[in-house]
Ligand binder design. Structure first.
Ligand code: CU
Length: 315
């Protein structure tokens, strides 16, 4: 995250174990884990690759346009609950990210809660981090250039995204979804396509208000402990209740700057690893605790459906 420093590592964000409605063993259903903590500084440009690697074949009735998600069998949703469109869970195998507390654009690749990133079709994650990396690297590089001016709004048009990626999206999207995207594309800068398959590149600035000189901005990003969560309308509750959220810490220069200046003495690199000679007493004790603990501190392995950043469920 950010134009400089910081190294991203992959991690299982969450999983959800489905079960048919009716009796089930609660021991079989483990508590979901929240997502990774994101950390950035004022003035940074946030670049995130959002992946949806759900197998849609496990949730065949979870994404039919303008219809409630449904399950079969006794106690089936939505019949037993009596829910009807639009007041029901719908589109729960699609996802997006909403960034709470960000002073940023609510459209295009910013804090856009209208996006619906669907899984790759046919049960195979054909759109992967590797398959989009080249396109997204090029996009992020251009985004960093454009957003150097904090008043710039970019991207605004479908053609601002890499052509290889948009061609692939057009080929993969089912006709009903692509037709909706086409209407938005035709609206030019007043529209932004809603539907994607497999992956979406988030890129937006955390604008820093200049203390001195003529202000280009009238407001800027506030430092703080913010948060993010999945915000697909129709399944936000389901997503968030299952752990699709995390902390988003945005550091400022003043308070955080002073703390960083102090702790940097103990850090060997930007990953916050401690030097052996100057390791604080509590980090040594933490290492002991980790090795002697009877309860594993690492999260349990996902059991049936794992994915990077999206939700699915039957109930
Ligand atoms: Cu929210």
């Amino acid at each position: 995250m950010g134009a400089k420093g910081g190294k991203c590592v992959s991690q299982i964000l969450r999983f959800f174990q489905d079960h048919e409605p009716g009796p089930f063993d609660p021991k079989e259903v483990m508590a979901p884990l929240p997502g990774p903590t994101l950390r950035a500084k004022l003035g940074d440009i946030v670049e995130l690759t959002f992946l949806n690697q759900i197998n849609p074949q496990h949730f065949a009735k979870s994404f039919v346009l303008d219809q409630c998600d449904s399950t079969t069998g006794a106690g089936a949703y939505p019949k037993v609950a009596g829910d009807t469109m639009p007041s029901c869970f719908h589109g729960s195998i699609t996802g997006n990210i909403h960034f709470h507390g960000t002073h940023t654009s609510p459209i295009s690749t910013g804090d856009n809660v209208f996006l619906q990133v669907t899984p790759s079709p046919n049960g195979q994650p054909t759109v992967t981090a590797a398959s989009v990396q080249k396109d997204f690297d090029a996009f992020f590089a251009e985004c960093e250039e454009k957003l150097k001016n904090p008043l710039e709004q970019w991207p605004m048009l479908w053609k601002d995204l890499p052509k290889h990626y948009t061609d692939q999206q057009q080929a993969l999207l089912p006709a009903d979804l692509w037709n909706k995207d086409k209407e938005q594309i035709a609206a030019g800068k007043w529209g932004w396509p809603q539907y994607y398959v497999g992956a979406f590149p988030y890129c937006f600035a955390l604008p820093k208000y200049p203390d001195a000189g003529p202000p280009a901005l009238r407001m800027g990003q506030a430092p703080g402990t913010h948060w993010y969560h999945a915000h697909k309308h129709g399944s936000t509750y389901l997503n968030v209740a299952n752990g699709m959220l995390g902390a988003f810490i945005i550091e400022g220069d003043e308070y955080d700057g002073k703390l960083n200046a102090f702790y940097d003495k103990y850090r060997t690199n930007t990953e916050s690893e401690w030097t052996a000679s100057s390791r604080p007493w509590w980090s040594t004790n933490l290492a002991k605790l980790r090795t002697s603990s009877a309860v594993p501190l690492s999260p349990p392995a996902p059991r049936r459906h794992s994915q990077s950043t999206a939700s699915n469920s039957r109930r």
